[in-house]
Design a protein around this ligand. Structure first.
Ligand code: 4AD
Ligand code: MG
Length: 461
């Protein structure tokens, strides 16, 4: 008999037939002549109750089964007399794969803090919350692919190891095979010409630059992969390793980019609500009350668009006491972003046309020569979820902007070539995948929406 996932068992239309399930025991309860096991296999939030009759109660391996043990149960699906569950399984055969010592198994049935669960990230996927988070993560990834595939975007893969700093922020992790231990002892200097790639290389902060090359050959593309930032930010919205979705559209300008981003966010949120009803109900009742209504209203609303200059005006007039200063030319801090989206507009808002000094070199310079065609999408609760722009497609201007930003044009000859041969308007953006999951689930800390978070001073598991 083939194993059935519990989600299928619970959806089943008929009782009285044989099933085989395999999973982990959430709780065990004994009465005089039966053992009740609540078993979960990660396929859904719900457990299935297994009834083990008197004839097996004396079995020594079964006597030791407790929370955390893994079992296979073959039995008959019957209607449950108990409240709150449609079916239970009357066990015919039980096989115990692995026991879990109740003295040391950390996930006993009680409420654990998310901080504690982070310390046992190897086991936390077995909890209700993390099971639900990782199922939502899966559904969101599929929603992203189906959105772009339906629109005819090609899924392309850009390198993880790179010699270029896309964001120009110098926040890159080095990749080296140089013998650091030896250098430390001999006091030698790093000679990257001697290194594996013959030059200094790093982990990518974004697949955008290579994504642009592919868009300027293939048309609309997207990448979806891990990116790395060695920025020392210990916040609830920053990871050192995170996943980014980066579409790039050929023959497109900032307006197209904004429209794509709005449609994209609405579509992936609604696919998620559609596909993950039970898990979303869990987040709505246990993590952030009202989250479903909130997402539904986001899907209905028109997002707002303001220029950076207007946004600064709104913040200056707000009368709010911000921790960080507000002024034209200064970057918006997360408190400012949240004021705009949560207090002022009370909906998602695109901020566009930022000062060129605070944005990356590749963004298209506006005619005022002061601002660039950037767009950040801010959402309530999270702040910046998307960063994007129309790209500088004029060779001369791009070259000047690179030099102004301290980049060596010789190192980026291949990127500049795309503006020498058949350059065209193009635009794209990056969605922080974990920030999107935070938004959908209401999880407060970004470390709790990725299975094994990497943050400054933490690379456990
Ligand atoms: O705004 P960012 O830095 O934009 C780019 O990297 C562009 N190259 C994207 C593009 O146009 N193709 O990053 C994009 C998004 C941010 O809006 C944020 O949601 C997320 O990536 N992000 C992070 N998420 C988690 N941890 C971090 N340290 C993040 N840094 C950025
Ligand atoms: Mg950004």
């Amino acid at each position: 008999m083939e194993r059935t996932r519990i989600i299928q068992v619970l959806k089943s239309e008929t009782h009285g037939h044989g099933v085989l399930i395999k999973g982990w025991v959430r709780t065990r309860r004994d009465s005089r002549d039966v053992i009740f096991l609540e078993v979960n296999d990660g396929s859904c939030l719900d457990n299935i109750q297994v009834i083990i009759g008197e004839e097996m109660m004396k079995r020594p391996d079964l006597a030791q089964v407790s929370t955390g043990a893994s079992v296979a149960v073959r039995g008959t699906l019957v209607e449950s007399p108990a409240k709150g569950q449609k079916y239970e399984i009357r066990a015919g055969e039980v096989e115990v794969y692995g026991l879990a010592d109740p003295e040391s198994y950390p996930l006993q049935k009680k409420k654990h803090s998310f901080e504690f669960l982070r310390e046992i990230s190897h086991l936390r996927p077995r909890t209700n919350t993390f099971g639900a988070v990782f199922r939502i993560r899966n559904a969101m990834a599929m929603a992203i692919h189906s959105f772009f595939q339906e629109k005819g975007f090609l899924y392309v893969h850009t390198p993880i190891i790179t010699a270029s700093d896309c964001e120009g922020a110098g926040e890159m992790f080095n990749v080296t095979m140089l013998d650091l231990e030896k250098m430390k002892i001999t006091g030698g200097k790093a000679d990257f010409a001697e290194d594996f790639f013959g030059k200094k290389t790093s982990l990518t902060v974004s697949g955008q630059l290579e994504g642009e090359l592919l868009a300027l050959s293939l048309g609309d593309i997207y990448t979806f992969g891990p990116t790395f930032r060695a920025e020392n930010s210990n916040t609830s919205r920053h990871l050192s390793e995170f996943w980014m979705v980066e579409p790039e559209m050929a023959f497109a300008v900032l307006d197209d980019d904004i429209r794509l981003a709005e449609e994209f966010i609405k579509r992936i949120f609604s696919l998620c609500l559609e596909k993950c009803g039970d898990d979303m109900a869990f987040f709505d009742s246990r993590i952030q009350p009202g989250i479903i209504k909130n997402l539904e209203s986001i899907i209905r609303q028109d997002f707002e668009v303001v220029t950076y200059t207007e946004a600064v005006g709104i913040l200056e007039k707000s009368g709010s006491a911000f921790e960080f200063p507000v002024g034209w030319g200064l970057d918006l801090q997360s408190e400012h972003e949240r004021y705009l989206t949560e207090n002022h507009f009370e909906r998602p808002v695109f901020v566009i046309d930022y000062p060129r000094e605070i944005k990356a070199f590749y963004m298209k310079l506006n005619d005022d020569e002061k601002t660039v065609r950037a767009m950040d999408l801010l959402v309530p609760g999270v702040g910046e979820i998307i960063g994007g722009s129309e790209r500088e497609d004029r060779y001369d201007v791009l070259l000047r902007r690179m030099k102004d930003s301290g980049l060596d044009p010789d190192e980026y000859w291949w990127y500049l070539d795309s503006r020498r041969y058949g350059s065209a308007p193009h635009a794209g953006f990056g969605l922080g995948f974990e920030r999107a999951i935070q938004y959908v689930t209401g999880m407060q800390n970004i470390r709790d929406v990725i299975p094994f978070p990497r943050t400054p001073r933490n690379a456990a598991f």
